[in-house]
Design a binder for this molecule. Structure first.
Ligand code: ADE
Length: 244
């Protein structure tokens, strides 16, 4: 998989060269390119932002450097491969494990990491003609920019690629793989500070262990994330059925 990330803080993406993802990059499983948006400016101050039309607080990222950066990256690729342009924004589609699996099937991801109040909307509209554009959000809170979101998504997607996680079994049993939170886990010693490992896990009855784990997953999900058990049913806004 090819992954390109554009940011005004390319150093923010350095952790992608560490640990399992770093190994995937060195092994060629992930072809990673990190690009400095300011390299695509032409003025002395390397300007990337401007005041918002219509007024308001904060600054908006200007379209020209984004256009040059994305054109240059897209022209460097195979023209037969349609990239997926991921735009981190609190106004985007919530990122979850289902989207991680979808993205793991794509050949080429490009992250456009905005700062300030976001990127001029015309950039998103322009590239919708040449790429699959997905504005996404990490959660209902506001970060200073898209870099942390790009790190999180690259890790969540990268670890699903064949060969990145040593034991693929661990992908099957983890939280969210079956729509539930993972059961509690224990290791040695069997007694620690007076606290025992649940007896069923030491008994060797695999059927009983599976039943106990399923029950624990249900209890944990019901307590911590009841929304996963009862997703809202067909919530609609009158008059907006055909909206994007
Ligand atoms: N940029 C700022 N806040 C964000 C969020 N919650 N998710 C993704 N990108 C963001």
């Amino acid at each position: 998989m090819r992954i390109d990330i554009v940011s005004i803080f390319p150093e923010y993406l350095a952790p992608l060269r560490l640990s399992l993802l770093g190994k995937a990059v060195r092994d060629g499983v992930i072809d990673l390119g990190v690009h400095d948006l300011r390299a695509f400016t032409h003025d002395r101050h390397r300007t990337v932002d401007g005041t918002p039309y219509g007024g308001g607080a904060g600054m908006v990222m200007r379209p020209e450097p984004w256009g040059e950066a994305l054109d240059s990256i897209m022209e460097s690729g195979d023209s037969g491969v349609r990239p997926t342009l991921l735009v981190p924004t609190p106004a985007g589609r919530p990122f979850d494990q289902r989207l991680a699996h979808e993205l793991a099937e794509r050949p080429w991801l490009i992250f456009a990491c905005g700062r300030y109040e976001g990127i001029d909307q015309r950039v998103i509209d322009e590239y919708a003609e040449r790429a699959e554009v997905i504005p996404f959000s990490l959660g209902d809170y506001v970060l200073n920019g898209g870099e942390v979101a790009a790190l999180a998504v690259t890790e969540a997607v990268g670890r699903l690629l064949p060969g990145v996680v040593g034991n693929p079994e661990s992908l099957v049993e983890e939280s969210h793989s079956d729509g539930l939170l993972e059961y509690p886990v224990y290791t040695k010693p069997p007694l620690w500070r007076g606290r025992e490992v649940p007896a069923v896990l030491l008994g060797g009855d695999h059927g009983a262990i599976t039943r106990w784990r399923t029950e624990q997953s249900m209890i944990r999900t019901a307590r911590t994330r009841p929304d996963l058990l009862h997703p809202s049913q067909g919530l609609t806004v009158p008059g907006l059925e055909d909206a994007e």
